[in-house]
Design a protein around this ligand. Structure first.
Ligand SMILES: Cc1cc2nc3c(=O)[nH]c(=O)nc-3n(C[C@H](O)[C@H](O)[C@H](O)COP(=O)(O)OP(=O)(O)OC[C@H]3O[C@@H](n4cnc5c(N)ncnc54)[C@H](O)[C@@H]3O)c2cc1C
Ligand code: FES
Length: 507
């Protein structure tokens, strides 16, 4: 996979985490089955929660539409931190200091919990303690950093104001949280997953949930028509696959970001970094069999709104060369995460009147600690009936002051995408080059056309099978991406991720 081009980028996207761990091979579900708790989705939320519950003697079944740990968790940058850019000042201003304290406590507890799980279970996942920094290159952000330092301190986290950082450039201001951490997310997740099967608990891969029948006993219906009967169901599918009550399609929006694995001459100074402002830049290191790589990330945009997506990798490549003497770029990858309209995650009962269906989503690119905290929160709701963090993560909340702007902007975007679709009326046979894709018109019908490197033309219907928005071509990942709620499809029309449950039709 990692064919590298001189001073360039790998030809194909593959995350460092995927490239350095084996593919799993859990069986798929081939009959009806009963359990205590059915968990849909084998990412960090699903596997962590399954592990917590099994430890307490609860029978669990985790199903994954594909293979576990290959979704966003397999493509993250895996900083384990309660420092989520500039968040505490925003929570205090838009919600309350009490909520900021809950959020700080949840995320700091998650760091300690991940560390304890790793130590108690002797998990080899390159976990190490690191300081986390937010920095700014802009004068107008200096005051925001000052405010964030005092907001974090008043929320229970020790934050330090700085006017320089260990990276090889000067900054206008920065802040540091100590005792944060980083790890290899797939080494961690796969080790936890191994402990789940047995004593009535199972993991099933290549088993997609396509429906849910509610009741005192719920039934998750799979794509092969089998039924998982459970007294409780957890929607841990990143975007909740069942959306009959929560209206998540109007309350979450997907954003993609990009990352490079970079080998540099000289030593990386340690630490995890992120800019306060756009363009976002994120850095951390990762030990590798031949030394270490630096993971350099950034360049976020709403899914399906990225234009020529390859440019984002090129910008990150140029940034890497501008700050380091680069030996090689070993990996490039991108992935997406959902953000809620008020920018705090949803974890808990799917609606206030349903106490046996749970959801965890909307981590806004801070899902290492937030997914662990969500798993702890849902475990406590199941086993004890309450959690100290339920109010800040409450999926039923609607805070108009904190949500209104994003709600209007994101849903206006959806409306536009239902009718858009930039059309090129030249038939693809005429001028589509190998490696190119676009929307075109054949016999008065819009189709998505991609010509592969061997010259074969692949035509698909570009209406998203979720709610019908017009798909956009993603040139860097060779996929059709939905600008509305983030469903993605291969150039042959198969589902990669997102809320859509059906492939797009080949034209
Ligand atoms: C570029 C980027 C960098 C990031 N870096 C960081 C970071 O440094 N620190 C941090 O804290 N967070 C980070 N995040 C966020 C974090 O990676 C995510 O929030 C987290 O991994 C989400 O985990 P999850 O379990 O919810 O989802 P996923 O890992 O996507 O797992 C969901 C699973 O559900 C399965 N599934 C979906 N639909 C179905 C269905 N119908 N039936 C069965 N299974 C289904 C999928 O196959 C998938 O395996 C980053 C995000 C991005 C986009
Ligand atoms: S219309 Fe919702 S994901 Fe495409």
């Amino acid at each position: 996979m990692n064919q590298t081009i001189e001073k360039g980028l790998p030809q194909l996207p593959e995350s460092y985490w995927m490239a350095t761990t084996p593919v799993t091979d859990y069986p798929s579900l081939e009959s009806d089955i009963e359990t205590d708790v059915a968990i849909v989705g084998g990412g960090l939320v699903g596997i962590t929660l399954a592990w917590f519950l099994k430890k307490e003697g609860v029978k669990v079944i985790v199903i994954d539409a594909d293979r576990i740990g290959q979704g966003t968790t397999g493509h993250t940058t895996a900083k384990i931190t309660s420092q989520h850019s500039l968040i505490y000042d925003r929570i205090i201003t838009k919600f309350s200091r009490e909520k900021a304290m809950q959020y700080a406590s949840a995320n700091e507890t998650a760091i300690r919990t991940i560390s304890e799980i790793i130590e108690d279970n002797d998990i080899q996942c390159d976990f190490c303690s690191q300081p986390a920094y937010v920095y700014t290159l802009m004068d107008e952000y200096v005051k925001k950093i000052e405010d964030e330092v005092s907001a974090a301190n008043s929320s229970g986290i020790k934050a330090v104001y700085l006017d320089s950082i260990p990276l090889p450039f000067s900054v206008k201001a920065a802040m540091r949280f100590d005792n944060q951490a980083q790890f290899h997310p797939r080494k961690y997740l796969l080790a936890l997953a191994k402990k789940i099967p047995g004593k009535g608990s199972f993991i099933f891969e290549k088993t997609k949930a396509v429906d849910l029948h509610e009741g005192a006993t719920c039934s998750v219906i799979t794509d092969k028509g089998h039924k998982i009967s459970a007294s409780r169901v957890i929607l841990a599918s990143h975007y909740p696959f069942y959306d009959r009550h929560g209206l998540y399609f109007a309350r979450l929006y997907p954003e993609r970001s990009y990352a490079l694995g970079v080998k540099i001459c000289g030593e990386y100074p340690g630490g995890m970094y992120i800019t306060a402002e756009d363009p976002a830049r994120s850095l951390r290191s990762q030990p590798d069999s031949n030394g270490e790589i630096v993971i350099i990330g950034g360049e976020h945009h709403k899914t399906g709104h990225g234009g020529n997506t390859f440019i984002h990798y090129e910008i990150l490549r140029d940034f890497s060369y501008s700050i380091y003497d680069v030996k090689q770029i070993t990996n490039r990858w991108s992935t997406q995460d959902y953000t809620t309209m008020d920018e705090l995650p949803y974890a808990g009962f799917i609606t206030s009147d349903r106490n046996n269906i749970f959801v965890a989503t909307g981590f806004g690119k801070w899902g290492m600690t937030n997914s662990t905290a969500s798993a702890m929160l849902i475990r406590d709701l199941i086993l004890k009936g309450n959690s100290p963090w339920s109010s800040v993560y409450d999926p039923s909340r609607f805070n108009p002051g904190a949500s209104a702007k994003n709600f209007v902007v994101e849903n206006a975007d959806v409306a536009k995408s239902l009718v858009s679709g930039i059309l090129n009326t030249n038939p693809p046979e005429a001028d589509l080059q190998p490696g190119e894709g676009r929307i075109t018109e054949i016999d008065d019908k819009k189709v998505g056309a991609y010509r592969d490197e061997k010259g074969k033309l692949h035509l698909v219907n570009t209406a998203c099978t979720h709610l019908g928005c017009e798909l956009k071509w993603n040139s860097a990942e060779l996929s059709w991406d939905c600008p509305c709620h983030g469903s993605r499809f291969t150039y042959e029309g198969d589902i990669i991720e997102g809320p859509a449950l059906k492939s797009i039709k080949k034209s």
